[in-house]
Design a protein around this ligand. Sequence first.
Ligand SMILES: [Zn+2]
Length: 73
Amino acid sequence: MDRQLAEYASSNGRQDERTEAEIDAAIHASFDMVDEAFGCPLCGNCVMDKLVWSSDYEHITCAACGITYTPGE
Ligand SMILES: [Zn+2]
């Protein structure tokens, strides 16, 4: 866990679901982002977990807004 985030959580005196979700989001933000050029052209989503490649690896479906697009175009 990120040390600063852990200190923030304890100093704030709350360890509820929202805090854990925020820490989880921060961890994902630093590890699971694709390059902006491959992100969703409609909503700008770059979260790898929400971008699903087609079986031929030519298209990506954005799980956030539902469109399918060709990356890099
Ligand atoms: Zn999208």
